[in-house]
Design a protein around this ligand. Structure first.
Ligand code: ATP
Length: 803
């Protein structure tokens, strides 16, 4: 089987062409024979193996090489009827082999109709709700049909250029696709002809028929010829007459092989639930992961934001098991890589949304953990169905908040799901609340993810249809926010979101979402809730800046914040920055710029259904003693600045110099006197002259007094020196009495200094020893710095240095 979307065909050589023609002829003969055999299949007899059925040689070959020999229950019932051309509604437990139950009839029916080659056109369309599932179905198709069939089959799921897909589509006989993308081609690709379509298959039919895909499916069916065969398969099948009429089914055969079974889930699946209050869910999850490191675990959350937040935080905490995360809004290549990694892993933990809840056949999953309660029992069945597939064993644990327990258990009971309560061992239960808080405190991007996770979770509770299970008023949301490491629960405004619209939004492709985001931005702007760039590219930073609760602070921080507009303006001045009309906004904008998102995040998702109200608190700020206003700690640069005492001094107020009068009253240093009094004393110029004259006289008098004092001091000194010289002459040789040359020289220098300069002899101020990071035992600086005046002194100093 050729795959036009991946392989480009080369021009066949003459020999190859001849071989093909010969094979076609043989196939024509076979097809006729097979048609007879198929019409004679006894639908009442039990078929146990593929060899019991009239299948073409290429299909038999393909089944054999893939090691499929015995039929599963659903295959034994559905394949013979489908071969005979009936419309089918097939329901069977998860992992029971429904894919082959439609893949084999597709190959066989097209083969018998000789719907092969580009001229035959599109013969079968297989629709899957997710890209991952479409890829998996395509792989099964290739495994079974790729051995000997000549069909051209392809995948149309987006993620490639439209033109590339268009070219491939024109040559396809079988297409595996997602609803949105195939509808796009049906409506936009004029060369895409579906007039020859014989078979339409919907895998996970109930999902495809539900609200999220309703419009797309109805539109697709409009394009298809009415005289086609339609096969619907799911583990939780729709039987609604309205659905069947929408698809124009003709006397469909309802095949539900496990309808009489006591359980709607595989026998080999052990199912339990634990009652864990919402604020303890992450503790329980962490404890579980810690005790199951040698396992392959699939963990479900209700939203992509939850997945990202828990994945990022747990990754920081190094759980000792490889972590992966998968959500609808990741790029297709990343999603593929992650599914591949998880499939191949022996021990790994995949955090995911319901994008992997249906149909995916990961080998050997040990545990399925549902951290967030599923929206209904069907979703529960599909999620747990990722383990215990095709007779293998598996375990599933559902986390329930006490308020969800009763409602959810009754829903599961109605759907025949056997589930038992278990308790977490106290010994094993760990608390990660402190770690979460410290991580969010240190990393604003994580806190941001946490806030989004919180709002998306609460919003999901709000839009849940089953209000008996999800009673939003019963959840301890404040404690939940704290368990995520958030300083407080972001306040949420609920828009009147219709659950149908939310689902539809979820199902839209990335591109469509991107388009719709700009629309929603515009509407948000109209409401005055958010101001956004309407044109141009918005980065994750833009979105971070735009977020409305970015300044939610920890209690202890909020105490430090003076919530005063004036203060904030002062701070802007203090920072030397221009203040615009939106100064406050600018200050806030600086917060994340220095603290870029470090995660390997993709785009930041758009809130829908909820808008976070702006908090009254300003950005993180701190009071410096002695400053008039708190300093906003909005960047690492500023925090660093605060560590420098010198810089802090600069920021401090200078203080006021006051003078006190004789009565002890304080006055400003310069006080302007009464103007009238001033004028009464005469013209300003005259006053100035008088003032200068009096000051000059005062200075001259002071000068004379100083000179007289200096003269007196010099005289006293001279007297002292003479006395000393006399004493020296009288009292013998000083050297012999123990006085050193250095002392002498010091005295002499001091005297000379006083004499020459005529200055008062003062005690020489001690030179301050420079502060250093290391100690040095060198000559005393006082000694070095002494001025050396005469030649004799120089000689003595030089001798000292040399000696
Ligand atoms: N006849 C068979 N013999 C052996 N293995 C089979 C047979 N049919 C299917 N399987 C295996 O069983 C597993 C489950 O099959 P499949 O994915 O088709 O289940 P499903 O019923 O579609 O599950 P879900 O409801 O989750 O979509 C696959 O690994 C497949 O290879």
């Amino acid at each position: 089987m050729a795959t036009p979307h991946t392989t480009s065909r080369t021009r066949p050589t003459k020999v190859k062409k001849h071989a093909r023609t010969q094979k076609r002829k043989r196939d024509d003969v076979d097809a006729e024979k097979l048609q007879d055999a198929v019409s004679q299949i006894d639908l009442n007899s039990t078929h146990t193996s593929f060899s019991d059925l009239p299948l073409s040689a290429p299909t038999v070959e393909g089944l054999k090489s893939a090691h499929f020999s015995t039929l599963t229950d659903i295959q034994a019932k559905a394949i013979p009827r489908a071969l005979q051309g009936s419309d089918i509604l097939g329901a069977a437990k998860t992992g029971s082999g429904k894919t082959l139950a439609f893949v084999v009839p597709v190959l066989e029916n097209l083969y018998r109709a000789q719907c092969v080659g580009p001229d035959a056109g599109l013969g079968a369309m297989i629709i899957s709700p997710t890209r991952e599932l479409a890829i998996q179905i395509f792989e099964v198709l290739r495994k079974v049909g790729g051995k000997g069939h000549l069909f051209a089959a392809g995948l149309v799921i987006g993620g490639k250029g439209l033109q590339e897909e268009r070219d491939a589509l024109s040559r396809m006989n079988i297409v595996v696709c997602t609803p949105g993308r195939i509808l796009q081609h049906l409506s936009q690709t004029s060369t895409f002809n579906v007039d020859n379509l014989r078979m339409l298959v919907l895998d996970e039919a109930d999902r495809i028929m539900d609200m999220g895909f309703k419009k797309d499916v109805d539109a697709i069916v409009e394009y298809l010829p009415p005289d086609r065969q339609t096969l619907l398969f799911s583990a939780t099948q729709t039987k609604r007459v309205s659905d069947l009429s929408r698809l124009a089914l003709k006397e469909p055969e309802y095949i539900s092989v496990h309808e009489a079974a006591s359980a709607a889930t595989p026998k080999t699946l052990q199912q339990n639930y634990v009652v864990t209050p919402l604020p303890e869910k992450l503790d329980t999850l962490w404890s579980f992961i810690q005790s199951s490191k040698k396992s392959k675990i699939l963990i479900f959350f209700s939203s992509g934001k939850q997945v990202r937040f828990v994945y990022q935080s747990f990754r920081h905490m190094q759980p000792g098991i490889p972590l992966l995360h998968l959500l609808g809004r990741q790029k297709q290549t990343a999603r593929l890589e992650i599914t591949q990694k998880f499939s191949n892993a022996k021990h790994s933990c995949l955090f995911a949304t319901d994008v992997v809840a249906r149909g995916l056949d990961f080998p050997a999953v040990d545990w399925v953990i549902q951290v967030d309660c599923p929206e209904d029992a069907d979703t529960y069945i599909h999620r747990v169905g990722r383990t215990a597939r095709y007779e293998k064993e598996g375990r599933a644990v559902l986390f329930l908040d006490p308020s969800e327990e009763e409602g959810m258990l009754s829903r599961l009971e109605q759907k025949r799901v056997p589930i038992e309560r278990i308790n977490v061992r106290d010994k094993k239960q760990m608390s990660i609340k402190n770690q979460m808080q410290s991580m969010c405190f240190k990393d604003p991007s994580l806190k941001y993810l946490g806030q989004k996770a919180f709002t998306s979770y609460v919003r999901s509770l709000h839009v849940q249809k089953d209000k008996e299970v999800f009673k939003i008023e019963n959840y301890p949301l404040e404690e939940f926010a704290s368990s995520l490491g958030l300083p407080g629960a972001p306040r949420i405004k609920y828009l009147k979101a219709d659950p149908t619209e939310v689902k539809e939004l979820k199902n839209r492709s990335r591109m469509e979402t991107a388009l719709s985001e700009s629309e929603s931005e515009a509407s948000e702007g109209e409401e005055g809730e958010v101001s956004t760039k309407k044109n141009g590219v918005r980065t994750k930073y833009d979105r971070m800046f735009e977020r409305q609760n970015q300044d939610i602070l920890a209690d202890h921080y909020s105490k430090m914040v003076r919530n005063n507009d004036d203060d904030e303006l002062d701070l802007n001045k203090l920072d030397g920055e221009q203040i615009g009309d939106d100064a406050l906004f600018d200050v806030k904008r600086r917060i994340p710029a220095d603290q870029a998102l470090s995660s390997d995040d993709e785009d930041v998702e758009q809130l829908s259904g909820a808008i976070i109200e702006p908090d009254q608190l300003g950005p993180r700020s701190i009071n410096i003693p002695g400053t008039s206003a708190p300093l906003i700690l909005d960047s690492k640069r500023r925090e660093k600045l605060l560590k420098s005492k010198k810089k802090v001094l600069k920021l401090k107020d200078r203080g006021n110099k006051l003078v006190f009068d004789d009565d002890g009253n304080a006055h400003q240093l310069y006080e302007l006197e009464n103007e009238d009094d001033f004028r009464a004393r005469g013209a300003a110029d005259e006053q100035r002259e008088r003032f200068l004259l009096s000051e000059r006289e005062r200075v001259e008098e002071a000068d004379l007094a100083d000179k007289a004092l200096a003269k007196e001091k010099r005289r006293e000194k001279r007297e002292k020196r003479k006395e000393r010289e006399r004493a020296e002459e009288d009292g013998g040789k000083a050297d012999e009495d123990g006085e050193t040359g250095e002392d002498l020289m010091a005295n002499f220098a001091a005297d000379a200094e006083a004499g020459e300069d005529g200055d008062l002899e003062q005690e020489r101020p001690k030179t301050k020893r420079p502060k250093k990071w290391f100690e040095q035992d060198v000559v005393e600086p006082e000694e070095e710095e002494r001025e050396i005046g005469t030649f004799d002194e120089m000689e003595a100093a030089a001798a000292r240095l040399l000696g």
